[in-house]
Design a binder for this molecule. Structure first.
Ligand code: ATP
Ligand code: MG
Length: 762
């Protein structure tokens, strides 16, 4: 038996071995929270306090869940595959599959990701002739999702005015259409499970009795519904509630914009009767200068539960800071630094480049690509979001559930089969009239249109029949063949990449089947394996107890389709390769690297302009910066740039206030330091030194353009309703095309259309 406990410090040891009561571990980044949580699971099982099936653990990403399973199987001689470890969404998916009848869902229900959901809403508006300018799809999506996250069905939403009544009505239509098609969105996974457990007492009591230990990582980012879900499953208020072990860091709460509620930590302490609150203050990840920077930065936030971090690792190297003249120069500098790190012996995958928004990655990727440097982007366009893969998935969805209208519409005329918009309108009318799915409504369409669509239905049916007993990978291959998708892309000029991706999908299926423990020859359509289902009796109700392992609750095909909607779906082909890691700060949560670059440290970008206006938004940005800094073990690089192309516009940003909040003694400037920070006017001196710099061009244009266009002139002080006071730096265009580059101090440089912007001279 392995000694699990020997490499823990005193506080960690105490946390791992707490008695079976609810506990909160509140600790800063890199203090071993995730390690403690994983070790506690192993310890509970190893000491016989619980069986591996009695534990439920929630992680923030699927990647984290996988890592936890790997660590556990190294610590324990048990089959971890059957364990209930996953994200809230993943765990709910399993429960709903096993109990789809109790949840009122078809067994083949399919999951919509947010892009699917947006398309679904647009389609709904169109079909019901609702003005999408008055009711923008984005607004509706936000409305529906936040209602669900508060646990509210349409009839429970407080519709206080005409507009809101209409929103609620659309929400209701949305639900009916989802039910008709057998699709659920992300929030629905949680709400459905929650409601199922609320209404079904035997089922609830069964799972409450089963999961005696519930463990939650990254607890600071749970939203209200997730919190209630935990409370229900843990049986808070019952005679014997489960022990909930929550670990989190209020300083790393970075999902408030998506409804996460850090207040759940304080609520948890009271409502779960927490007797043990443990703080871990020893950091095992980062060297001193990095940690000092993180600690001093986050001290600027006011609403904190209060804790600190120390390290024994020594001060290490200072944090390196670089000011670039452009985003392209910034990218080239990263490239040079990465080259020298690699020369010094660092593997690529111990180097991470972080940015605040996805749009920033393009320039960096371009530089890396041109230099032939291996890199991998997380959270960009996911493998499963590529058009050709979406098409293939749509065919697979129709195999499993032909009533999924979105899938039907996506491929009924792709590749082209001569089915026009007119025929589809006829079909949609018929479907509405008879309250059917599009697939089921095909026989109601007369004439040639009906006949062509009938052929499509037969294609689906016959492919389904042909693949009946095939294992998943073979089936996927056959579907690519029969659908003519591959042939279609082969004839396209730049289709080779797409064909390659389609072939990757077959590989992804091979990998998936083996990783999830489906038999190699298990037919893609085969339902849950009988030997994995235990029927137990609870009073006079029979309950089918679900195992966590996917084969116990769904067919290989259904599991693969869930995987496509729920998982990050990074291209498997790249997975094992040693490559530089590119990602947003949000997706770096929980990870660590020897070397980290934080790029684009500019006002308006990081802190982001949407958040910088209010104190709460700014504090969330600062926590995000804290997360970014604390990813680094040994070496941290910070960079910003004077100009940047973003969304087709050149921006002249001032350096981030966060840089000025870091302790000077921990920083080492690689570029000449231009002081002071974000509140200063543009750095004229630096511009004048460099004859080719943008500033000189601006200066010469200023001279040319001075005085024209309705009295706007460079140097004019103006005020703007959103950005406050600023000064015009440069004018361009004339008449109705006139635009001005204006420096708004802490909001940075903006390019505004003078005929639209509500500017006032001051
Ligand atoms: P985050 O807040 O970023 O999620 P965390 O608190 O979850 O961080 P871990 O990822 O669990 O921290 O641990 C950080 C690093 O410190 C890991 O590499 C882990 O293996 C190591 N570590 C944790 N505890 C110890 C210990 N007692 N001795 C040695 N190394 C440790
Ligand atoms: Mg962690």
């Amino acid at each position: 038996m392995q000694n699990l406990l020997h490499n823990l410090n005193q506080e960690q040891l105490q946390a791992v071995t707490l008695p079976a009561q609810s506990a909160l571990i509140l600790a800063g980044a890199g203090s071993g929270k995730t390690r403690v949580l994983t070790t506690r699971i192993a310890w509970l099982i190893q000491t016989g306090q619980i069986s591996s099936g009695g534990v439920l653990a929630v992680t923030f990403t699927n990647k984290a869940a996988k890592e936890m399973l790997v660590r556990l199987s190294a610590m324990l001689p048990v089959n971890t595959r059957g364990m209930w470890i996953g994200t809230f969404h993943g765990l709910c998916n399993r429960l709903l599959r096993a109990h789809h009848r109790d949840a009122g869902l078809p067994q083949t229900f399919q999951i919509m990701d947010s892009a699917d959901q947006m398309a679904f809403i647009k389609r709904l508006l169109k079909a019901n002739q609702i003005d999408d300018e008055k009711f923008p799809p984005k607004t509706l999506m936000y409305f529906i999702n936040s209602a669900k996250e508060q646990g509210l069905r349409p009839r429970e939403v407080d519709a206080y005015d005409e507009f809101n009544r209409k929103l609620v009505q659309i929400y209701e239509m949305y639900e009916q259409q989802c039910q008709r098609e057998g699709v659920v969105d992300f929030a629905e996974l949680l709400l459905r499970t929650y409601e199922m457990l609320v209404h079904n007492q035997p089922l609830r009591e069964h799972y409450q009795a089963r999961f005696r230990h519930i463990l939650v990582d990254e607890f600071q980012d749970t939203n209200d519904l997730q919190y209630r879900w935990l409370k229900l499953l843990a049986g808070v208020g019952t005679r014997a509630p489960a022990a909930v072990f929550a670990v989190g860091d209020d300083d790393q709460s970075i999902y408030a914009f998506r409804g996460a509620n850090v207040g759940n930590m304080t609520a948890f302490e009271q409502e779960f009767a927490v007797e043990n609150l443990i703080k871990l203050e020893q950091n095992y990840r980062s060297h001193g200068h990095i940690l000092d920077s993180a600690n001093i930065l986050i001290a600027n936030n006011s609403k904190r539960l209060g804790k600190n971090l120390r390290t024994d690792a020594g001060q290490g190297e200072q944090v390196r800071v670089m000011e670039a003249s452009s985003d392209i120069q910034e990218a080239n500098w990263i490239l040079d630094e990465v080259r020298s790190l690699v020369r010094e012996g660092s593997p690529y995958n111990e180097i991470a480049v972080l940015y605040r928004s996805n749009a920033q990655s393009r320039v960096i990727e371009h530089a890396l690509f041109s230099a032939n440097m291996p890199y991998r982007v997380y959270g960009g366009l996911r493998f499963f979001e590529r058009a050709e893969i979406k098409h293939a998935i749509a065919y697979l969805q129709l195999m499993d559930n032909p009533h999924n209208d979105a899938a039907f519409l996506r491929v009924v005329n792709f590749p082209a089969r001569g089915i026009g918009a007119r025929s589809l309108e006829q079909l949609q009318d018929a479907a509405r009239q008879h309250q059917l799915s599009l697939y089921a409504a095909v026989p109601y369409v007369a004439g040639k249109a009906g006949a062509t669509m009938g052929q499509f239905v037969r294609l689906i049916e016959s492919t389904r029949f042909e693949t009946q007993s095939m294992p998943l990978p073979e089936m996927v291959d056959m579907v690519l063949e029969r659908s003519q998708l591959k042939q279609h892309y082969l004839t396209e000029k730049e289709g080779a990449d797409r064909v390659e991706n389609l072939e990757q999908l077959v590989n992804a299926a091979v990998l998936f089947v083996s990783e999830e423990g489906f038999g190699k020859d298990a037919p893609a359509f085969a339902g849950p394996r009988a030997e994995n289902i235990t029927v137990i009796s609870s009073g006079d109700v029979q309950i089918v107890d679900a195992e966590a392992a996917l084969p116990a609750v769904m067919s290989p095909l259904a599991a693969f389709l869930s995987h496509a909607s729920l998982e990050a779906g990074d291209n498997q082909a790249q997975a094992g390769q040693d490559a530089l890691q590119l990602m947003t700060v949000h997706s770096a949560k929980g990870l660590e690297f020897n070397n980290v670059f934080i790029t684009g440290l500019e006002e308006g970008l990081f802190p982001h302009e949407n958040s910088a206006q209010e104190e709460a938004g700014l504090e969330e940005e600062r926590r995000l910066m804290y997360v970014a800094i604390t990813r680094a073990r040994r070496r941290l690089y910070l960079s910003f740039s004077q100009t940047r192309m973003l969304h087709g516009q050149t921006r002249y940003n001032l350096r981030s206030r966060f840089l000025d909040e870091l302790p000077e003694e921990s920083l080492k400037w690689l570029s000449p330091q231009t002081k002071p920070g974000w509140f200063s006017p543009p750095r004229k001196a630096a511009w004048d030194d460099n004859p080719s710099s943008g500033a000189n061009q601006i200066a010469s244009q200023m001279r040319k353009q001075g005085g024209q266009d309705n009295g706007w002139r460079p140097g004019q002080n103006v005020s703007h309703p959103k950005f406050g006071e600023g000064v015009i730096v440069q004018l361009e265009g004339s008449g109705s095309q006139a635009r001005a580059h204006i420096n708004f101090g802490k909001f940075g440089m903006k390019l505004l259309d003078l005929s639209i912007a509500k500017l006032e001279k001051i």
